[in-house]
Design a protein around this ligand. Structure first.
Ligand code: PMP
Ligand code: GLN
Length: 400
């Protein structure tokens, strides 16, 4: 990204309409998220939007019917602060079935308004002023600003390109007396890489040796391919006792706009977590909670997700096999990275903008997820779309 582009990208910082009021920004280097920037541009240009991650197909009709039913039944007032009991119980049953661990819905499960809130609460609970948190670049964009809002600082470690693997020796060498927290994310947005059992063992060793807290962002737990098993932090007793595991219903039920998620953490961590949740959103939309509690009883929907999304990944990769875009490995999430260096030597931000404006396909430049804006000339393409949408986009991308 050039300086001019960065200025453009950060132009949204200016506080409009209050000429006499000057706030000293707590996040002077932060602009509007790239997801908003690219989706807005896609809409302005009438481009096919493969940038921000959301399906272009409907969430299950039966789930929508459950919301209507819950509203008609009168579930329209504040729910309990930690989430309705039946939903927390359904979550605990699911976790036991999938990850072989019993969690207490009363003291270990908290329903929140999306994983974004879930992460905010966990980071705020873990980080005190002066603490350091380790995150991995390219990193989901909410982690670092929230760490800094809590008074902490971020130590960014680059994942090894192009497989986006973590060098655990480097992680251990980076731990300082001030390190308090490591945030992991598997399946990983934006790279599509996953953590395997050996990674979890290495993470567990480091966390135990240095007495660190873990936040595990597992919003893509069900979107994992090629027969791989999701390595939830909850499967590992030594990790589980020091971890906040964060999940989102948005990805699982094709309903990203609902903003309902949950956090699973041991009782002492959950107690601190809820102190923050109660003064952040306090509660999460009541009828949605009832609908999800009922709908979750049928596990078929999320158990089908790997095959459902793997078919879309394969379709996209196959459609672009003869193009000049080179697909990188993708083991999970609904994002596929492509190296475009055979097409252009422009920076990825510039390339993504031109692709949107001039060719009508919006994608995400990956350098924005790197603290130092490392640019490997790769773009992120969301394949949570109808095949027809992917085909229309592929027809354009093949001509590049
Ligand atoms: N973490 C990751 C890695 C994500 O990709 C997202 C958004 N898709 C979130 C957290 C936030 O999830 P939610 O929409 O439930 O707030
Ligand atoms: N997580 C979604 C993505 O990676 C977008 C979430 C958002 O827009 N904040 O595209």
């Amino acid at each position: 990204m050039t300086n001019a582009q960065r200025e453009d990208y950060h132009a949204s910082l200016e506080i409009a309409g209050a000429p006499d009021l000057k706030l000293v920004s707590k996040l002077p280097d932060v602009g509007t998220t790239i997801f908003t920037v690219m989706s807005r541009l896609a809409n302005e240009c009438g481009a096919i939007n493969l940038s921000q991650g959301f399906p272009d197909f409907a969430c299950p009709e039966a789930l929508v019917d459950e919301v209507t039913r819950a509203m008609r039944e009168g579930h329209n007032q504040y729910p309990p602060m930690a989430g309705i009991e039946s939903l927390r119980q359904a979550i605990a049953r699911k976790i036991e079935a999938l990850y072989g661990v019993r969690v207490d819905p009363e003291t270990e499960v908290t329903v929140v308004s999306g994983a974004t809130e879930g992460l905010y609460n966990a980071i705020t609970a873990a980080i005190r002023p002066g603490d350091e948190a380790i995150i991995f670049d390219p990193a989901y964009d909410s982690y670092d600003p929230v760490i800094r809002l809590a008074g902490g600082s971020t130590r960014r470690i680059a994942m090894r390109y192009p497989e986006y693997a973590i060098d655990w020796d480097e992680v251990e060498d980076s731990v300082s007396p001030r390190t308090r927290l490591i945030i992991v994310n598997s399946p990983h947005n934006p790279s599509g890489a996953i953590l395997r059992a050996a990674d979890m063992q290495a993470l567990s060793g480091i966390a135990n040796r240095h007495d660190l807290c873990i936040i595990s962002d597992e919003v893509y737990e069900h979107i994992i391919f090629d027969g791989e098993e999701h390595q939830s932090v909850l499967r590992y007793p030594a990790l589980r006792e020091r971890a906040f595991a964060i999940f989102s219903f948005g990805k699982t039920y094709h309903a990203t706009g609902w903003k309902v998620g949950y956090c699973v953490a041991p009782p002492a961590l959950t107690a601190e977590y809820r102190k923050i949740h109660q003064f952040n959103t306090f509660t999460t939309c009541t009828p949605m909670q009832h609908a999800l509690a009922r709908f979750m009883e049928n596990s078929a929907h999320y158990l089908e997700l790997p095959a459902f999304y793997q078919a879309k990944r394969d379709h996209l990769r196959e459609s672009l096999r003869d193009s000049r875009l080179r697909a990188l490995p993708c083991s999970g999430t609904y994002f596929q990275l492509f190296d475009y260096s055979a097409i252009s030597d422009k920076g990825d931000y510039d390339f993504a903008q031109r692709l949107t404006r001039e060719h009508g396909v919006a994608v995400i430049p990956v350098s924005v997820f790197h603290g130092d804006h490392t640019d490997h000339k790769v773009i992120r393409v969301c394949f949570a779309k109808h095949e027809a949408t992917l085909d229309r986009a592929a027809a354009i991308l093949r001509r590049l």
